[in-house]
Design a binder for this molecule. Structure first.
Ligand code: MN
Length: 752
């Protein structure tokens, strides 16, 4: 989170040098109490004193790697917490955070002496403390789960943990190099990121800079030296512009205090890496922060700044109107200052400033007389998300990577050319953007310019992109777009247009089909009124004639069937009607392409579909149903009705579209035979094949093809054949007869 800067005047959280006659830890504790009294004058500090005494006795003979008494560590952690103005429970937890893990104190004792809240918080931190000595990723992830659960129970656990980590990082130099690197990496990847998401800019900044020092000592050294060499001139410069700003703000009666800030080494490093530039090219090493009393005055102050110095285009950011996901708010601008130097100005209110520095800790509302504090729902919402994600995941490694990735915002903020903000989910494309503006813009979108450059519609939008949609009147969305969009809105609008277009095509085809069939049957359509058509449409359950045409186009009914209802008795039933010449709506969109499918399937007219005896039907190729088998019809797009065996594995997946399902049954009279593929598993012995064929001929079944092969891994044989059978009954008889042959292990019907 911004600010990526630290105040020029360093504010030390360290207490003054201890008086020579006092034990250093005793002095630290007295300073701690004084610090708490400053912001919580009426607080009863008895538990804090008791905690200090317990920590002192538990850690009394322990020494840190630095050689200091161990007790210094919990005291310093508590100082960090007091600097954040945390409540008594948090500070007590800070003092006690290592007494269970390192001092063997029992959780029950803590509960008895300090109450349930403190005991629970210490327990939470204790679990996390094991993280500092992880070796396998699995163990770390496991602990993270506990951490997250603990955090959601009580967010103060993570605040204590961050303070603990901060002090450990400050004293990391005393550890060996391997441990230093490992802890530094974990700090930057996990703890700094968590501090960031909790909006704790100050903690995050310090954690990052400390970790950076150990992860890339050389780069850290170079950047720090460069910043240091410029420090004197930078500070002079800041003092100069600060004076100007203060004066101008006074003239406009804007109450404000002005802070000069210098960019942090890690933030400079990231900028150099991101923009592939050297330190000498980082111009905005410094920033000014103006802290005023109201939002109105923030904007007024921005006006004052822009009136004084020329703003750099594209660098004005309004995080007041659009807060960062971690609730950071501020106005940012970069200007060309005196002597052509660039610098950044951040403008915010006192409240925003505190949130920028302390994040969730700033929100810590202490209510006297009430236990604990109320969690800030918005801020811990992301923690709940993390917990939900980790429940779905089995692999701890996967969890770790998700934790790292998903610490980044889920949303992307983009702008229209006029500066309107469009918030989209991460991964959104220009098409999402176009539909977010208006469905007409989406439908006619043919391209996009992002930040002035033409991009593909597959482009993934990024934060801060300014997007201009290129349109072409009359353009229509394509099905391919469905794969490119992330928003439900865009998806629905695209589907809507596609469906509407398909329907238009179906109406057109249905109408042609109807006219052609009428001509063929000699029905004079000029005598058919619109009302006749509408009457029939209603019989079929449709509102308009158009709907009936569409149904014809989709192949739900035949034109002849409809004509019979429109002009009853005008033409005779033909006994052997030739294959329907005008098909339903072909998928390719050309009318000529379709009839083949139907004509090819010569046995189609042996199937009747219940209630609708004149449909364009054919046997589905996947299962080739035979007479006697339970069948079900499926209205295809443009090819009529496909008839599947109810057993067909495809049926289940097809029938999700219940509206396209049609009950079917077999015609009674037809005598045709159906080809069926059968596989016979047998022992590998001579004469068996001859026996099989004789059984088949004995049942009057014609064998179309037959192939036998040895099954290598089962010391048996496999016979594959295609046999003509009349119906299911005959097939069952055949299968039973084959199974009776000795040496036949199994007979299977193949559905494809
Ligand atoms: Mn500790």
């Amino acid at each position: 989170m911004l600010p990526d800067t630290t105040k020029v005047e360093p504010v030390s959280s360290l207490p003054p040098t201890p008086a020579p006659d006092l034990d250093p830890t005793e002095q630290l504790f007295q300073d701690l109490e004084a610090k708490i009294r400053e912001y919580r004058p009426r607080e009863d500090l008895t538990p804090v004193e008791k905690a200090y005494q317990l920590a002192a006795s538990v850690h009394h003979s322990q020494v840190r790697d630095s050689g200091e008494p161990y007790l210094v560590h919990p005291l310093m952690v508590s100082h960090i917490l007091a600097d954040m103005r945390m409540d008594q429970v948090t500070i007590t937890t800070g003092l006690l955070h290592d007494v269970v893990e390192d001092g063997g104190v029992k959780p029950e004792d803590l509960k008895r002496d300090f109450g349930e809240e403190v005991a629970r918080c210490v327990d939470g931190v204790t679990k996390l403390t094991k993280l500092d000595f992880f070796s396998a990723e699995e163990r770390q992830a496991e602990s993270f789960r506990k951490m997250l659960l603990a955090m959601v129970e009580d967010i103060r656990v993570i605040i204590v943990k961050l303070a603990d980590r901060l002090h450990n990082m400050r004293t990391l130099v005393y550890l060996n190099q391997e441990r230093r690197e490992r802890i530094a990496r974990e700090t930057i990847e996990i703890y700094a990121a968590i501090a960031h998401r909790l909006g704790m800019g100050k903690v995050r900044g310090e954690l990052e800079d400390l970790a950076f020092r150990y992860l890339d000592p050389q780069a850290h050294e170079e950047i720090s030296a460069a910043i240091e060499s410029k420090r004197h001139s930078t500070e002079e410069y800041l003092a100069e512009i600060r004076q100007v700003v203060e004066e101008e703000l006074r003239k406009e009666s804007i109450p404000a205090r002005v802070e000069g800030r210098i960019k942090r080494p890690y933030s400079v490093y990231q900028k150099m890496k991101r923009q592939k530039i050297g330190i000498e090219q980082v111009y905005d090493l410094m920033a000014l922060r103006i802290i005023t009393d109201s939002v109105k005055n923030c904007y007024a102050a921005l006006g004052v700044i822009h009136n004084e110095w020329r703003p750099i285009p594209g660098r004005i950011k309004d995080f007041i109107a659009i807060p960062r996901p971690n609730l950071y708010q501020s106005l940012h601008t970069s200007v060309v200052g005196p002597h052509g130097q660039h610098f950044e100005v951040q403008i915010c209110t006192e409240e925003m400033h505190r949130i920028a520095e302390e994040g969730i800790a700033a929100h810590w509302k202490y209510k006297e007389g009430k236990k604990g504090a109320e969690p800030d729902d918005q801020r811990i919402a992301w923690l709940r998300h993390l917990v939900e994600w980790q429940r779905d995941m089995q692999d701890p490694g996967e969890f770790m990577s998700t934790l790292k990735v998903d610490l980044y915002p889920e949303e992307v903020y983009t702008f229209t050319p006029r500066g309107k903000v469009i918030v989209l989910p991460r991964g959104a494309s220009p098409i999402d953007f176009a539909y977010a503006i208006h469905s007409d813009v989406g439908n006619t979108c043919v391209g996009a310019k992002v930040n002035g450059r033409i991009v593909s519609l597959r482009y993934t939008l990024r934060n801060g992109d300014s997007v201009e949609i290129m349109r072409q009147p009359g353009h229509q969305p394509s099905k391919d777009w469905l794969a490119l969009v992330k928003t439900a809105r865009a998806r629905n609008k695209i589907k809507h247009v596609i469906n509407a277009n398909e329907r238009l095509k179906a109406i057109e085809i249905g109408e042609k089909y109807f006219d052609k069939e009428a001509r063929r049957l000699g029905v004079a359509l000029n005598r058919v009124g619109k009302s006749d058509l509408e009457r029939v449409a209603q019989e079929y359950g449709y509102g308009k004639a158009e709907d009936l045409y569409a149904a014809l186009g989709y192949g739900k009914y035949s034109a002849r069937q409809v004509l019979q209802k429109v002009v009853p008795g005008q033409f005779k039933e033909e006994v052997a009607e030739p294959a329907k010449t005008v098909p339903a709506m072909p998928e390719s969109g050309t009318v000529a392409a379709a009839p083949a499918a139907h004509q090819r399937a010569g046995d189609d007219d042996v199937i009747k579909v219940k209630g609708l005896d004149d449909l364009l039907v054919y046997r589905a190729k996947c299962c080739n149903p035979i007479r006697g088998e339970a069948i079900v019809g499926y209205v295809t797009r443009g090819k009529g009705v496909a008839v599947h065996a109810k057993m067909c594995p495809n049926v289940q997946s097809l029938m999700y579209d219940v509206e396209r399902k049609i009950e079917g049954e077999w015609a009674r009279s037809a005598e045709d035979a159906f080809p069926v593929r059968v596989v016979v598993h047998t022992d590998d012995r001579p004469g068996l094949l001859a026996q099989l064929t004789s059984v088949l001929s004995g049942e009057n079944a014609n064998i179309r093809s037959l192939e036998a092969k040895t099954e290598l891994d089962h010391d048996g044989a496999l016979v594959e054949m295609t046999v003509d059978v009349k119906d299911k009954k005959q097939l069952e008889k055949l299968v039973a007869a084959m199974r009776r042959i000795s040496g036949v292990r199994d007979v299977e019907r193949q559905y494809n």
